[in-house]
Design a protein around this ligand. Structure first.
Ligand code: ADP
Ligand code: TRP
Length: 326
């Protein structure tokens, strides 16, 4: 299906499963804001996906509202971006069923998210097992050209491409193939323990953290046991890796030099880092606090976005129904 509009279509989403962290921002959310002028953007709150982990009505409602506030505080402009809840476009669940009939169990067993659960001896729900298929529907129904995500989601975009191809070879050319948009320098932001920053590892730094919370998290970043005055390796240091996200190129070069010559210790590097983070994040935090007080505004944005997205998804699902003979 080809669109006649001049702009290419961008789609992405985040699950409302917890507070967004610096990895979410630099890996994915910042791109949504930067690209909102260039693309016709659809950004959603993946609430059906969140059901794989959040199974409490009030908690889910709270997390959904808060993620909408986060998106707006980061600078998504509802006049430019269609912002909505996944559950406002239930066509994705219908499409997921159609796609389910085109993929095999061994194929889905190769998904990383599923394998991780099995390795950790958890029994995955059908929802988790089927996650990549629903995600393919998220991407294919709005006919996305590009999908900005962090590196950990690359495999999911490949599933969406495979599923589009499978549909096309089975029922005739219908769906176009989406491309991932992954920024290589921030593909995986490290957490305070050096592993990938993730809500589920407890190693994250909350994006809208207070100054005090930022300081406390930065001070607990794991570092090597090199003594004061000795040379530090910027390549392997977590403090330095996070610094690179917030500092200017000149500041990075200077810091790198100080690391190598041993003229900075971890205490000073951490102090510099939390202050720099705070300068960057304070305006976002203030804007967030302001938006959070205007519940009606947030609800209206989601309702309007949901209506617009619904119309677009409906066009695609109608074609899928016709192609499969239903
Ligand atoms: P989490 O692993 O914390 O639960 P999500 O799965 O909700 O994060 O990810 C939301 C978005 O943020 C995805 O596009 C994901 O690729 C990106 N992302 C998550 N963690 C990181 C990270 N540490 N570095 C870069 N991008 C990330
Ligand atoms: N799986 C993504 C994550 O965990 C969230 C998501 C669901 C998504 N559907 C999507 C991202 C479609 C991009 C496109 O972060």
């Amino acid at each position: 299906m080809n669109d006649t509009s001049a702009k290419k279509v961008l789609l992405s989403g985040v699950q409302p499963t917890g507070r967004p962290h610096i990895g979410n921002y630099f890996g994915a959310m910042r791109q949504y804001v930067e690209l909102q002028e260039t693309y016709e953007s659809y950004i959603f709150i993946a609430d059906y996906h969140a059901l794989t982990t959040i199974q409490d009505k009030d908690t889910l409602a709270d997390l959904i509202f808060n993620l909408a506030v986060d998106y707006l505080a980061l600078g998504l402009d509802p006049n430019k971006v269609t912002l909505y809840r996944q559950s406002a476009v239930p066509q994705v669940t219908e499409a997921a069923w159609i796609f389910n009939c085109l993929v095999t169990v061994p194929y889905l067993e190769r998904a990383h998210a599923f394998k991780d659960k099995v390795v950790n001896n958890q029994i995955p729900s059908m929802g988790l097992f089927d996650y990549p298929v629903l995600m393919a529907a998220d991407i294919l129904l709005p006919r996305a050209d590009v999908v900005p995500v962090g590196a950990d989601q690359k495999q999911h975009i490949e599933y969406a491409r495979d599923i589009a191809l499978k549909f096309n070879t089975t029922f005739g050319e219908t769906l176009s193939l989406p491309e991932p948009l992954i920024l290589t320098d921030v593909a995986t932001v490290p957490g305070i323990d050096g592993r990938k920053m993730s809500k589920s590892y407890g190693n994250d730094i909350y994006l809208f953290a207070s100054e005090e919370e930022l300081k406390q998290r930065v001070m607990s970043i794991v570092t090597s046991s090199v003594g004061v005055g000795e040379s530090l390796d910027p390549e392997t240091d977590n403090v330095f890796a996070l610094h690179k996200l917030f500092a200017t190129p000149d500041e990075i070069t200077e810091l790198e030099d100080r690391y190598r010559t041993g003229s900075i210790g971890y205490k000073e590097a951490k102090d510099l880092l939390w202050k720099q983070m705070n300068n960057f994040l304070a305006p976002l935090r203030d804007r967030r606090a302001e938006i959070a007080t205007d519940k009606d505004f947030v609800t209206d944005v989601l309702a309007a976005g949901g209506k617009k997205a619904y119309a677009r998804y409906e066009e695609t699902i109608a074609i899928l129904r016709e192609k499969i003979g239903l």
